[in-house]
Write a protein that binds this ligand. Sequence first.
Ligand code: KG4
Ligand code: ZN
Length: 399
Amino acid sequence: MSRGLILAIESSCDETAAAVVERGSHTLSSVVASQIATHARYGGVVPELASREHLRAIVPVVRAALAQASVTLADLDAIAVTSGPGLAGALLVGITYAKALAFAAALPLIAVNHLEGHIHAVLLNERETAPPASSDPDEPALALVVSGGHTHLYLARPTSGAWHYSLVGRTLDDAAGEAYDKVAKLLGLGYPGGPWIDALALHGNPRAVPFAFSQIKTKLHLAGKAPRTKAAKTAPIADLDPHFLFSFSGIKTAVLRYVELHNLRPEAESRRETLFTGPEAPAKPTVEDALATCDPQTLDLIASFQHAVIGDLMKKTFAAAEALGAKRILITGGVAANRELRSRFIAEGIARSVFISFPTLALSTDNAAMIAAAAWPRFLAREFAGPDLSANPSLALGR
Ligand code: KG4
Ligand code: ZN
């Protein structure tokens, strides 16, 4: 009898991941090989290096996922793979290998949208632990996908097992995670910047620097004057309510101005030298190492930046939930690992009687278990990909 086992492969950005999940609800294995060490010295993901690292890692990662699940290819029911959005060369490594495995083992192939995967990370987590106590899982949920590449709001509706998504809002320029990474870089902190800012923000005053987000004007985006960015290509904006649109490039510039005005740049450069590039730099700098190199003004700046970004995410997400009558908000993607984000969303959810769910920290950042979970309803509906499946770097989710 079929066990409903799906092997999923994820290679859209800088993690090579494979997982075996039973019936979209029980993770037998989830292996993630991170390329952080490769990209860290460049302060961001270098696409060519990402493809090369995926090529190196894909076979051992898939083998490890099968071994840890104690299964062989013969035990599987399908192979799932991320087909977009993401880096073209990186996606192609996973897709090509998934196709070869599916062909060799005569298994169906399922193409999964990476963003849908992030949403299913929360659902998988709920199925594996306890279902939400105070919310009906069949009710529509508002999903905030907040990562290095995306800041998107979707209304997710389950209808007889399948999920449907409508785009409600998104960023016009930088993703929230991108802003974290760029601000960390200009402050001389490591890559990725999110975890450094998360940890250091605890030591600063979040109200020291009053960063403000201006209201996005309808006319600006309808006139097509919004910056042409990666994010702008992955989803149209003309039909969206401007109250649910985000923009994070301004706060990055505001932080830069603050650094220049207060002459914090020399301090940032010496911090980078002490922690990451200099001859005395520790092999693996810790938060304590970083803390020792930050003066109170820098810590206040970090705490204020984070406070402002999270405040803006909350304001627009809760406004969208209210406007759409959603009683449940799922928050997922790398930035959903952030401690202040989690505690403030939960507190506001309690105040407004809106149920807030997060994935575990391991399921927040890129992984393949979420891809297998998103593939399960497609497996049941026999929605299989053909041998011509190709990478779609700007694949959109919903309409
Ligand atoms: O989902 P993810 O692993 O990859 C993408 O699909 O982009 O997200 C990575 C992003 C990076 O920008 C990283 O700085 C951010 O998530 N991130 C965080 C935290 N952990 C990772 N941002 C804020 N706080 C964190 N604790
Ligand atoms: Zn992601």
